[in-house]
Structures are given as structure tokens and as C-alpha cells.
Write a protein that binds this ligand. Structure first.
Ligand SMILES: [Zn+2]
Length: 257
């Protein structure tokens, strides 16, 4: 997994019992994980001790339902906007998270350096499972990362977080308008963002704003319908997926989907 995972993936898989996984995401999703070499290997370690460990959350305050998670996230953003963010004791948080993680929200954010989800939601270590890519779209890798968050870490809430003046979206608009191909690997970003740009091309109002919003809405829908893991978690009410836009001037996050 990515460097944001402060835990050893194998230990997490070992600590996740087959029963709990089945309950979490349904048979189809469980079948995927049970078939993986990592799980097959770690099944042998599925002792009573591991099962007991599984029930312990490093941050018990993060074991909350989706709606409570959303409320908590937005309260954190309100503190950030008001300039009254909490002081985070990183030393204590580091120690608490040595054995695992149980973040209460997953964020699919743009890579833009002005966004910084941990700051924007005034959160500590182990609170947010953040996937970032310029243009905050769901591709195979980000969907897979969020599947891990939902199925293994039992994260109850995902937010697709777009933002004002997104360079990835404005570059896509320009590339399509000028009918030019960007250098390097940039066409990959364009290909992922282009559907939202094309869908809003003839809409009245600010084209960039419209495309940014549509890109968030489309990717919320994409995550909700991502079979078999995310769609099942949403259907079972274990996972809520919403979309939001971050305002650059005051840092406010507005829910839009
Ligand atoms: Zn951006």
C-alpha cells in the first residue's frame, strides 16, 4: 500500500477475520480477498489472539457511523476555516497507531498543494485515508485503494474533494478546446477528466466551475457503483460517499453531492 498506511498490510490482513470481512462487504468482495495470496498466507495466523486484536481499534473514537463521520469532518473544516484548529499531539498519535489504523474518512483529493485534506478537516494521524491525484478522479488505483479502506479498514465515509481553480481541469479544457495533445503522461489526466469537461461544455455560466463540479459528481457516482466492494458497502449502509468543493480563499468545504 502507499506510504500513508502507517501499518504493515500483512498484519492488518492477518488481524481481519474472515467472518468480519464477509459481514463487511458481502460474499463477492470477500471472495476476492480470500483468493489473494496475502490472505491465504495470513489465514494460518487467524488465531483467537488475532481475532481479539481485531476488535481493538487504535482510535476508538473513529469507529462511527457514516453520518457521524460526515458531521465530524465538517466540524473539523469549520474549525480550520475559523482559524481555531486543534493542536495535535503527533507523538502520542504515532505511538497509538503502531499496531494498526482505523481512519474515519477516506478522501479522494486533487494533488494541488493548496488543498491538504488533513489540514482542511483539522484531523490527526490515523483519521483520514487520503488518495490524491491531479483532478481527483477515480481510476483503477484509487478505486483499489479505497476498496482497501472500505473492506479492510472499515472506513464509513468517502469524500471526493474537488477545488476551485483546479489546474488539471483547466488544462483539460484547454487541451480539448485547442485540440492539442499535452506532453509526457499528461494525456492520461486529460482522458480521465475529459468526460466531465465535455458534459458541461454547453452549459451556461463559468465553464471551469461547471466542469470541476461535474467531475466531482461523476466520480462520486463512479465510486458508488464500483463493484463488488464499494457498491456492496454503500448498499449495506456501511459506507457513505459524498462530493465536495474546497474554496481556496477561505478554506470552506461545500458539499455538492
Ligand atoms: Zn486540482
Amino acid at each position: 500500500m502507499c506510504s500513508r498506511c502507517r501499518t504493515n498490510e500483512a498484519s492488518v490482513l492477518a488481524a481481519t477475520s474472515r467472518r468480519r470481512f464477509l459481514q463487511s462487504v458481502g460474499g463477492a468482495a470477500a471472495g476476492l480477498a480470500l483468493g489473494s495470496p496475502a490472505f491465504a498466507k495470513d489465514k494460518k495466523k487467524d488465531t483467537k489472539k488475532d481475532a481479539d486484536k481485531d476488535r481493538e481499534s487504535p482510535k476508538p473514537q473513529n469507529d462511527i457511523p457514516p453520518d457521524v463521520a460526515l458531521s465530524r469532518l465538517m466540524k473539523g473544516n469549520a474549525r480550520y476555516v475559523a482559524g481555531v484548529a486543534r493542536r495535535h499531539d503527533f507523538k502520542a498519535e504515532r505511538e497509538a497507531l503502531v499496531g494498526g489504523q482505523n481512519p474515519y474518512a477516506g478522501i479522494l483529493s486533487c494533488a494541488d498543494s493548496r488543498i491538504a485534506p488533513e489540514y482542511a478537516f483539522d484531523s490527526g494521524r490515523g483519521d483520514l485515508f487520503v488518495c490524491r491525484v491531479a483532478g481527483n478522479f477515480a481510476n483503477d488505483d484509487t478505486v483499489a485503494s479505497l476498496e482497501y479502506a472500505a473492506a479492510i479498514l472499515h472506513v464509513p465515509l468517502f469524500v471526493v474533494l474537488g477545488h476551485e481553480s483546479c489546474g488539471a481541469v483547466s488544462s483539460t479544457i484547454k487541451s480539448l478546446k485547442d485540440n492539442t495533445t499535452l506532453p509526457g503522461h499528461l494525456p492520461s489526466l486529460v482522458a480521465n477528466i475529459a468526460p466531465a469537461v465535455k458534459a458541461t461544455m454547453d452549459q451556461p455560466g463559468d465553464q471551469l466551475r461547471n466542469a470541476i463540479k461535474r467531475n466531482v459528481v461523476d466520480n462520486v457516482a463512479k465510486l458508488k457503483s464500483a463493484t463488488p466492494i464499494l457498491s456492496a458497502a454503500v448498499e449495506q449502509g456501511k459506507l457513505k460517499i459524498v462530493g465536495a468543493i474546497y474554496r481556496l480563499d477561505d478554506g470552506k468545504v461545500e458539499l455538492i453531492a
